[in-house]
Design a protein around this ligand. Structure first.
Ligand code: ZN
Length: 184
């Protein structure tokens, strides 16, 4: 615990000092993510987040967030040490926007550190709802057939039917540079 707290502080420092690369190579909504991230069991999550309470809330949090047409946007940078950044924003309230960072490992301790800019992410021991929900989704839910609510899927289908030309999954560097402006 103490070690994790230290690591978390180091990650926070790196974020605040701007030493994490600003070149995000890849950007997707969390529902479409498909990349190597440690797979955890429910017990692993309980151990990581000190019990079941927040893990149970994570599912509700993700469901509600998606239902409100908010979004998780996950960004990865191949040049950093397996650090992902997730921006969480409600499309209905641009004022509410948090950024969460998670450092993970595919060979050692799976979740090394995390940091979130929300008030809960800064002051609590443990993790805020954003971190728990991201880790829960990436490490567990997507391997266990989690699907967003039916209402959300209907919206997605309606959107898909309107798409005439598919977009390339990979954003090219020119587009990406414009997206990089808000990295700190
Ligand atoms: Zn947070």
């Amino acid at each position: 615990m103490r070690t994790r707290l230290m690591h978390r502080n180091v990650l926070q420092q790196r974020v605040e000092m701007g030493t994490i690369s600003t070149r995000s190579r890849w950007k997707k909504t969390i529902e479409d993510v498909d990349f190597d991230f440690p797979e955890l069991s429910f017990d692993d999550l309980c151990f990581l987040f000190l019990g079941t309470y927040k893990i149970k809330l994570a599912r509700t949090y993700v469901e509600e967030h998606l239902d409100q047409e908010g979004d998780y946007t996950v960004e990865l940078d191949a040049n950093t040490d397996n650090i992902l950044r997730c921006t969480i924003q409600s499309r209905h309230s641009s004022a509410v926007k948090y950024k969460s960072w998670i450092q993970y490992s595919l060979s050692g301790d799976p979740i090394i550190a995390w940091y979130c800019t929300c008030p809960g992410g800064a002051v609590t021991i443990g993790a805020c709802a954003h971190i728990v929900s991201i880790v829960w989704y990436l490490s567990y839910a997507r391997h266990h057939h989690f699907e967003p609510s039916k209402g959300r899927r209907r919206i997605q289908q309606a959107i898909m039917e309107r798409i005439v030309v598919g977009e390339d999954d990979d954003m090219d560097d020119k587009d990406q540079e414009e997206e990089d402006d808000d990295w700190h």
